[in-house]
Every structure is written in structure tokens, then in C-alpha cells.
Design a protein around this ligand. Structure first.
Ligand code: TYD
Length: 217
């Protein structure tokens, strides 16, 4: 029987360098002959991309925002993520539920129990709550994130938030990482690219060589 693919998510503050690392990561997997799919949240499906437009540009009640994030996620899991994993493909997703805990929970102060309920609803399976096998949290202090964002392009609704919002987002990511039983690995993304890539290579080699196996089968 085809073994299940590995589900990897990338997280971090806006400006932490996720996109650069994502490009490197997918090339690394390609070089190792690993069939993989690159996707993102909010988004990843035609409906999800429409919801992304609303989420990134329209002002809305914080609970509406959380519900739409998870609605897009439900569609993404059903249409893209789960079929790919079942077919043995690896899925590399730019943000997932940890971002909801960080931005809606930490940033917007939405009650954690509501997020846990949504997580259980959307990711609940007979075998438990479907979680990524590995989450790379690209960590930078706020000042670094801010400096990298100030590159002239137009900022979205989240990127325009104030400093305290992002301090809470970062704290919430750290709290989530601490409670993740090793699923989330914090990568110090203030270092230069070769140093970060050495770390990533070490972490990923364990999965590529089959030492670490998928969390859900
Ligand atoms: P991002 O992928 O960083 O967009 P880009 O790199 O194109 O700027 O993320 C979009 C924004 O969505 C980001 O600011 C965080 C936010 N977000 C949430 O608030 N909650 C979520 O659950 C997710 C997945 C993203």
C-alpha cells in the first residue's frame, strides 16, 4: 500500500522570510525525488483564494475572520491536502492552523476555546485531530519583521497592524510551539541564509531518510 505523504507547514511573522525558505525547501524535495505539492493558506483552492481576497482586504468582525479562515481550511483539506497525502505526496503549506492561533488568537485576542473548537471541527478525524507532521516556525523579532516589510510594496490588512498586535502574534506562536510536543521547530531566521539552510537540511533529512514518520496513518 502507498504510504502517506508528509505534511509540512511554514509559519512566522510577516517578513520572516518564509517565501525564500519555501522556494529552497521545494527545490530540496525535488532534488531528492520527492513528489510534493506546494500550497498556501488562506487559499489553496479556487474558493479559498476568493476567501483570501476578502480576508486580506476587508474589515470584518474577529469571529467572522476566524470562521472564514477555517472555512477556507476545510475546503483546502478536503479538496487538496488530504487527497495528496493519501496519494503519498508531500504537502508543503505556507501557513496553517498555527497562524489562526497566532493572528486571530494572539493578535486579535479571540478566545482560545473557540479556536480549539474550530480546530477540532475542521481537522477532527476518527484517528484524532489531523495536524502537520512538522511545522517550521521562522522566528524573527518584530524589528526585523518590520524592516523586511518596509520594501515599498502595498501592505495587506494584517501587515498594517500595530506593533503590539505583532508582539502578541509572536508570543502566541511561541506558546503554541511550546505545547506542540516537538511538532513545531523554531528556526532562528535572523541568521544568514546558509546557516538557516544547514538547519533545514538537518531537520528535513530525518524525514527524507524515513527516520521521522508521518504522525497520522
Ligand atoms: P502570507 O501567506 O504571509 O501572505 P504574503 O506572504 O503573501 O504576504 O499571509 C497572509 C496573512 O494571513 C498573514 O498576514 C497572516 C494571515 N493569516 C491569519 O491571520 N490567520 C490564518 O489562519 C492564516 C492562515 C493566515
Amino acid at each position: 500500500m502507498q504510504s502517506r505523504g508528509i505534511f509540512i507547514t511554514l509559519e512566522g511573522l510577516d517578513g520572516a522570510g518564509k517565501s525564500t525558505h519555501l522556494t529552497w525547501l521545494t527545490r530540496y524535495l525535488g532534488d531528492h525525488g520527492i513528489d510534493h505539492l506546494e500550497t498556501r493558506e488562506p487559499g489553496g483552492t479556487p474558493l479559498g483564494e476568493k476567501l483570501r481576497e476578502l480576508l486580506l482586504h476587508e474589515t470584518m468582525h474577529l469571529e467572522t475572520e476566524a470562521l472564514l479562515m477555517f472555512a477556507a481550511r476545510r475546503e483546502h483539506l478536503a479538496q487538496v491536502i488530504e487527497p495528496a497525502l493519501e496519494a503519498g505526496r508531500w504537502v508543503i503549506c505556507d501557513r496553517f492552523t498555527d497562524a489562526s492561533f497566532a493572528y486571530q488568537g494572539g493578535g486579535r485576542k479571540l478566545a482560545q476555546d473557540k479556536l480549539y473548537s474550530l480546530e477540532a471541527w475542521v481537522q477532527g478525524r476518527k484517528t484524532g485531530i489531523l495536524q502537520p507532521d512538522l511545522t517550521l516556525l521562522f522566528d524573527v523579532p518584530l524589528a526585523v519583521s518590520r524592516a523586511r516589510l518596509a520594501n515599498g510594496r502595498e501592505l495587506d490588512k494584517f501587515e498594517r497592524e500595530h506593533d503590539e498586535f505583532f508582539e502578541r502574534v509572536r508570543d502566541a506562536y511561541h506558546a503554541r510551539a511550546k505545547a506542540s510536543n516537538g511538532r513545531m521547530v523554531i528556526v532562528d531566521a535572523t541568521r544568514d541564509l546558509p546557516a538557516i539552510r544547514d538547519d533545514l537540511r538537518q531537520i528535513l533529512d530525518r524525514y527524507v531518510n524515513g527516520i521521522a514518520t508521518p504522525a497520522q496513518s
